[in-house]
Design a binder for this molecule. Structure first.
Ligand SMILES: [Zn+2]
Length: 123
């Protein structure tokens, strides 16, 4: 799925093979986190803590949109790896969907070539 290794399929068979692979990603069962997870630094509020000068406490945040509204949640460190993996799967899912659409366009181009080959000569 690395875009640098992606190449334009030359034949309809290539399109269909690649589409099989893409569909495995798009239709997989593992949960997707439709949002982003990232780390930030914050202050704890204790005026004698070293973070009083510069934020030093790592905090993981989950950002997501629901019914058109943006939400931000603190994430417990214990939950962070699972959420990160699910967010990464969602990133790969979106990438796969983009490639799926590219393949559809390529398939259409290749089918049009077939049609031109079959066209009756007209005078
Ligand atoms: Zn602190």
């Amino acid at each position: 799925m690395n875009p640098s290794t992606k190449r334009t399929p030359r034949s309809l068979e290539d399109v269909w093979r690649r589409r099989e692979e893409i569909l495995k990603i798009l239709l997989a069962d593992e949960p997707l986190l439709i949002g982003s997870v990232y780390d930030t630094l914050r202050r704890c509020g204790n005026p004698t803590c070293r973070c009083a000068g510069r934020p030093t406490h790592r905090q993981t945040l989950l950002i997501f949109t629901k019914a058109g509204r943006r939400y931000c949640r603190f994430v417990r460190q214990a939950d962070a790896p699972l959420l990160r993996e699910a967010a990464e799967r969602y990133r790969l899912w979106r990438q796969a969907l983009r490639e799926f659409l590219t393949l559809q366009n390529r398939e259409r181009e290749l089918l049009k070539v077939q049609i031109r080959k079959r066209a009756m000569p007209l005078k």
